[in-house]
Design a protein. Sequence first.
Length: 372
Amino acid sequence: MQDHLNDKEIVEQILAKKKELGEKLLILTHHYQRKEIVELGHYRGDSFGLSQKAAADKAARFIVFCGVHFMAESAEILSQPHQTVQIPDLEAGCWMADMADIYIVENAWEEITSITGEDSVMPIVYMNSDAALKAFCGHRGGAVCTSSNCPTAFRWALSERDKILFFPDQHLGRNTGNQMGIPAEEMIVWDPHKPLGGNTRDDIKKAKVILWDGYCLVHTRFRVEHALKMRERFPEAKIVVHPECTQEVVALADAVGSTSFIVKYVESAPPNTTIIIGTEVNLIERVALENPDKKVLVLHHSLCPNMFKINLKNLLWALDHVGQVNVVKVPEEIKADARMALDRMLALEPKTTPAKRGDLVKERQVAGVAVS
Ligand code: 13P
Ligand code: SF4
């Protein structure tokens, strides 16, 4: 690692690498990345936008993913054979993704389908999951979804089959079910440590949505008290939160959506609006700087330590050994099925023309961020 260099020198070296590699390099950055990392990327986005970008860019030879492991893995599944995907720190995982693995999901599937029959349950897996779980869904006719298209995926699933098994985030699943008007008693939670997930056979037969008992520790830190206190202090403010928050917090918000939705919500708000955001703090602090005409506040301070593992040093290290270190590789035996589940998700969305690099630069100028 480049321990002898200061941040300014590291940034200069990263910019030099970008120049040298030109179109051969694509740096993707998630909205939760540190500000200095986002500024060095070619494209920033939510996990859906980043997967679209990874699937669409054929020119790049090297994709360097500044985000967490499941995102880089999804990019690898969607990439072309001539491309390599690297992540600057292989340890950048996701606590929620770790709450479901292929063995316990297979057990749950067997228990559930022994009661309902295999053809009546559609498995839908949140992007925040291991590739083996995406493959599990792909193999059984199911799809991946993200926070930006979960309602579309649920509508599709229920048009095909009677029930959904959704994992691993119970809150995104419940918030989506609420949005679609699915009654609370038709959404049950599956606790993988209990027989029948802690339910009766009858509960399972009646359920429309079976929600895995997983959650994000960063988003479940937001509590009703935070929303009530901020409402009292800033009665004129808008509260916008991510759908990984609990339904109680979502019920007190003015808007809910993916990380890209939150960024656009702030950008399109009229000047002088006060906006209180319930999501990861790096996104909030950056959006506050990019929108000086608005007052952007945190609902509560909550940082994702996994996203924070990516830094200038390990990004430069990845670029110094481009295509060689921290390469993310999904085993061939699961790749095709996982790709099927991701492709189904991409096909559910209305086709949009992926942004060109020039457009991205324009987007960043509008946002007031230095363009490299
Ligand atoms: P988005 O898909 O909204 O970017 O969310 C990803 C995530 O990990 C939120 O915690
Ligand atoms: Fe995972 Fe939560 Fe971090 Fe998102 S914020 S990457 S869900 S731990």
